[in-house]
Design a protein. Sequence first.
Length: 390
Amino acid sequence: MRIAILTSGILPVPAVQGGAVETLVDFYLDYNDRHQLHDITVYSVWHPDFERHHGLKSQVNHYIYIKVDGWWKKVKKKVYQARHGKEYYHYTIEYYLHEALKHIRTQQYDIILIENRPGYALKLKDVTDARIVYHLHNEKLSTQVARYQEIYDAASRILTVSDYIKSRVQTINPQDTKTRTVHNGIDLLAFRQMPAKAPMQLNADDFLLVYSGRVNREKGIMELIEAMKQLKEHRNIKLLVIGSSFYGNANNENDFAKKLKEMAEPLKDRIIFTGFIPYSDMPNYLSRADVAVIPSVWDDPFPTTVLEAQAMGLPIITTRRGGIPEEVTEENAILLDTDEHFVDNLAKAILDLYEHPEKRKAMSEAALKRVPYFSKERYAHEFFEALERV
């Protein structure tokens, strides 16, 4: 089949600037390249680091670059905004779509896959006869979004990263049959190899917790620091916070991140903020940890940080929110409710694992047994199997 991929219009594919969605796109494109399944064209914003990316050598994956940065492009985007006014997405995203549609009009695709921007279909359905498929990584299609019925009706198939996101789509149509869950995967080999130790000063008896992900309110990092304050008497319990305010921009520290560091000041010798860490270095840092804490206080659709912690054999403390319960079991994770007792229970869970090494060992073994299902190969295979049935 001839397949076109419409990306987010923000981060590039290949994922030279990171991004969970973009990395998952890379996984299935790599699978397509190795198995020579389909002729795929990716519409991506341009980035200078593309030139060094091995993915561009593929004979079956092709890339159409759309430049959206630079002073001249800023002028063109502003002109576009002035002419079109308020549209479904921000004008910078709509400009990317506008440029992509110019090329799509000239092509004959069998399927056009939209990555996490189902609103693209409002314009796309008028310029192509291709079947339209959505790949939803977040709650982008439910009765709570604008023009939901029109967007839902435009799709031939809807792929979701979790049953939780599928359930949100089904608020539109409880008898829905075109939505299918394809759980995400990760590169298990990268998280199983024996990594070099990350540079940080730890004592032999230190008990290291690790938080990884964007540093923002809904990820629960503030509650985690509050829990650490409750454990102030246990001076060898330390916390490693890996991540920045927005993806790969290590210098983009927002007000929330600054407030966190102020909160952590009384425990500054026990809370380590790394800032942004390249994805390839993540196993180095996770290998130092005793427990992973993923304290999301929102309905996190399917965080890959959970899968990465499992792949490293880490016991996990997390929450019953969104798609997280689909990733773990009671054998390898402590699942907490995000109620008024959340901080207290978070502190208790940390102390429980700190005081019971035999429990940590059993949870670690359970994690390593569970994680093979979440391979990037299984993910890509199921992904294309779902597309081929459209």
